[in-house]
Design a protein around this ligand. Sequence first.
Ligand code: DP6
Length: 331
Amino acid sequence: MNRIDVMAGWMPEATIPKASAEHFAPSNIALCKYWGKRDSELNLPVNASLSVSLDTLGSRTRVEPIEAASDEVWLNGVRQVSDSRFARRVSGFIDLFRIRHPELAFRVDTHNNIPTAAGLASSASGFGALTKALVDAFGLGLTATEQSIIARLGSGSACRSLFDGFVEWQMGVREDGLDSHAVALEQTWPGLSIGLIKVDESEKSVDSRAGMQRTKETAHLYQSWPLQAASDLSRLQQAIETRDFALLGSVAEQNALSMHATMIASWPPLLYWQPGSVAAMQKVWRLRAEGLAVYFTMDAGPNLKMLFESASAAALEAHFPGMEIVQPFGV
Ligand code: DP6
């Protein structure tokens, strides 16, 4: 099954865009990571994952039908050359919407308000916002669940950016992936804080897509990952249910380090950490030993995302000057 087959069900005959449209989608940080695909064409995951959306930090994307031979892709006010990786991914995703009319062209304008200094990936919010904008422009009137399925075809983690707050991506079992989408959890957690620590913001040499494929294919350690993730997910649900911060933080940190262990055990080895990443981890462990309730998570990159409650913010900021703080549920 390919992406076009999945999309065809939502694209009635003769569908043409009605107007331009603009939408926002938040970035999200996984507390239980998505790492490994059972279907790499449809971005169907090996394991379910759980994230928290970053409120107002994310991508705002506008799509506009244009009279042109090809798409025009803009990022943060800069026109992207058409054979750049970014422009090709965007145009490839728009192809899913112009299956009835391949001659259509669009201008796509994306602005990320994620502080560049935070070193956060923006593909999740980018494909989330692009999905909403295209669905709106084509007047498809799809539910958030259906849009989550479509966003997943752009980038797996984007399916979680369709929702605010705590979000679970249910892995599903179907071959067409129509049961693999995110759902928003009811619970909130005022005061839960995420601190973005930049270690290095340069473009990584191996992206998540290639990294998870390499891990799955070459690391024997990866065999233990689905079990670890399933257990972490249910412990996170319990932590959220009971507002047990020590449980939430410890599970998220162990989950991230377990994912990194599988990467390190792959061949050629994948180590996203830099000396600054390890120094920050050691600082977190020292502060925790001294009684400060702080944990971290990391994605496929060198930067850390601190997890703490707002009461600890002042103490933590003294140790990590320049840390950007996001409170997904308010103070
Ligand atoms: C480590 O969603 O970027 O951030 O589906 O290939 O686009 P593709 O991968 P992507 O992978 C994200 C991996 C992660 C963990 C997570 O966000 O769950």
